[in-house]
Design a protein around this ligand. Structure first.
Ligand code: G3P
Ligand code: MG
Length: 247
């Protein structure tokens, strides 16, 4: 019963074989049968939300230094794909707006992770929500973060925004906690996800989408427990496994 309900969220796109958080990885996720993509955002020096995982460009581009110290036009000159292979050398760091313009005409949903736990990026929530409104994506987007204050702020700015906190250590009363920050779901690390947690959240009208599960063994368990979605670097494998489980 649970298998049918479980969605596949491609973590940073189809990021195991394609450069994470680039259009290459998102377009592949769509081909692979994902239901949604997850992406990470920071603010550039000129206060534009840009899609990259780390605070610095060091790991995933041919540049170095903090994202916040670059303007968008400077970030655009970097290769965000070369590190993953020569054929991806033309990949750019996308702006959130570029991804929204593309995703709007696809059937995909979107999970935006605000990476504002190290640098607060003043005004990030407002700037992001304006873009979501501009592209009419509010109903297809879930906002997540390890910065739970930021999720509370999003909820206060727009009551219709769907939020879900990320966390990696068990929390004592997850239902009460989610409700206290206005979240409609939780995104726990997959290794702290239990069948009991899935049941408790569902009984209380909350969604659960564990991250980041790539092993078929654990994926199958989560499908069986009926989690609402799995967040995975391997959307193709997840789609295949889900099909087998549904038979
Ligand atoms: O959305 C889940 C996941 O993205 C959280 O961790 O570090 O991969 O952004 P991270
Ligand atoms: Mg993330």
């Amino acid at each position: 019963m649970g298998f049918l309900a479980t969605k596949i969220i491609a973590h940073r796109g189809a990021s195991s074989k394609y450069p994470e958080n680039t259009m290459f990885a998102y377009k592949q996720a769509l081909k692979d049968g994902a239901d949604a993509i997850e992406l990470d955002i920071h603010l550039s020096r000129d206060k534009i939300p840009v899609v990259i995982h780390d605070e610095t460009v060091d790991r995933t581009t041919d540049g170095y230094g903090f994202v916040k110290d670059y303007s968008v036009s400077e970030l655009k000159k970097l290769s965000a794909g070369h590190w993953k292979g020569w054929k991806f050398r033309k990949a750019e760091i996308p702006t959130l707006e570029e991804v929204l313009a593309w995703i709007q005409s696809t059937p995909l949903d979107l999970v935006i992770e605000l990476k504002n736990n190290l640098f607060p990026y003043k005004g990030m929530e407002e700037i992001m929500l304006d873009l979501i409104d501009k592209y009419r994506m509010m109903e297809r987007t879930i906002f997540s973060s390890f910065n739970h204050d930021s999720l509370l702020k999003i909820k206060r700015l727009n009551h219709n925004a769907e939020t879900a906190p990320l966390y990696s250590k068990p929390i004592p009363d997850p239902v009460r906690y989610a409700k206290s920050i206005g979240a409609s779901g939780l995104h726990p690390y997959y290794r702290i996800t239990t069948e009991q947690l899935v049941r408790t959240l569902h009984k209380n009208g909350l969604k659960i989408r564990p991250y980041t599960v790539n092993s078929p063994h654990f994926m199958a368990i989560l499908f069986r427990w009926g989690v609402d979605a799995v967040i995975t670097d391997e959307p193709a494998q997840a789609a295949k496994l889900r099909k087998i489980k549904m038979k």
